[in-house]
Design a protein around this ligand. Structure first.
Ligand code: C2E
Ligand code: MG
Ligand code: MG
Ligand code: MG
Length: 288
């Protein structure tokens, strides 16, 4: 009897696995059509410079609104796009539209674009970035590429050569999600990043636990001494802002300032004299 029950459980498990694999496959084939169906859009989130109280950079964040399911979160569809290689054409679309959108902003503001490691393994990356810059007319100095450490996991000479070639054009690089993953400091030596982005999990934990605070402090100290700018990601509260600022972090991004906005929303945000959240912070900081 126990045996029969076991078999039943197994069948149930198998059926559930099949359903899940089936759902993945259908999402994958829809992803293949999403570009043609114009289901992608871009959102833009400001990164504030605390020295000037103004927007320094705007990060481009991809959105997929599936015709039947509605919004599919990036954490779900980006991995699928990576597995299928679709991230290459999708990433090119993002890059082109981000460069075009940035031309509507004051020339001092840069646009940040996330790049997947898969895009680096594709021989066309350099050509794709060059074409996006040339066709839009955006100066390379206004483009910032965000990459994660995983780019270096399979880094061969070609990947490094591509990074250096882009950098020599004036494009800058930020190491995204720093503190998660492998966080080998040797990556910082093998490639000269302009910026490090502290992952939001540390920013969130830093107000409650001293270990995370110590990590945040160490990252900021190290990055500053290597001449890199530090961006704190996921700043949601005044307390988190005060804390990362006190540690010497000069650029901040998060819901405390603004959620990711559509194109017209970010234009308005840039035009407003200074983020309301920051005014409140400055007043408070002057009090203490
Ligand atoms: P990321 O590059 O680390 O982007 C930051 C993520 O944090 C975004 O999530 C953003 O909406 C979210 N965020 C910003 N401020 C806050 C905050 O105060 N609190 C919290 N809880 N979250 C905040 P999103 O848009 O869901 O994107 C998730 C990830 O998907 C990105 O992480 C990036 O790795 C990837 N991604 C998004 N767009 C693209 C793209 O065009 N290409 C590639 N390759 N990856 C992308
Ligand atoms: Mg990013
Ligand atoms: Mg990040
Ligand atoms: Mg992330």
């Amino acid at each position: 009897r126990a045996k029969a029950e076991g078999r039943g459980t197994w069948r149930f498990y198998e059926a559930a696995m099949d359903a899940r694999a089936q759902a993945r496959r259908s999402l994958q084939s829809d992803l293949r059509l999403a570009l043609d169906r114009r289901e992608f859009s871009l959102m833009f989130q400001p990164i504030i410079d605390l020295a000037t109280s103004r927007v320094a950079v705007v990060e481009t964040l991809l959105r997929w609104t599936h015709h039947g399911r509605g919004p599919v979160p990036p954490d779900k569809f980006i991995p699928l796009a990576e597995e299928t290689g679709l991230i290459v054409p999708i990433g090119e679309w993002v890059l082109r539209h981000a460069c075009e959108e940035a031309l509507h902003w004051p020339a001092g503001i840069r646009v940040a674009v996330n790049l997947s490691p898969v895009q680096f393994r594709d021989a066309s990356l350099l050509r794709v970035v060059d074409a996006a810059l040339r066709d839009s007319g955006l100066p390379p100095e206004r483009l910032e590429l965000e990459i994660t450490e995983s780019v270096f996991l399979e880094a061969d000479d070609t990947v490094l050569a591509t990074l250096h070639a882009l950098r020599s054009r004036g494009v800058s690089f930020a190491l995204d999600d720093f503190g998660t993953g492998y966080s080998s400091l040797s990556y910082l030596r093998s490639f000269p990043f302009d910026k490090v982005k502290i992952d939001k999990s540390f920013v969130h934990a830093s107000t409650g636990d001293s270990g995370s605070l110590a990590i945040v402090r160490a990252i900021i100290g190290m990055a500053n001494s290597l001449g890199m700018t530090v961006i704190a990601e996921g700043v949601e509260t005044q307390e988190q802002l005060g804390l990362v600022h006190a540690q010497g972090c000069m650029q901040v991004q998060g819901y405390f300032f603004s959620r990711p906005l559509p194109a017209n929303g970010i234009r308005d945000y840039i035009d407003s004299p200074s983020p309301a959240a920051l005014t409140a912070f400055a007043t408070h900081a002057a009090d203490v």
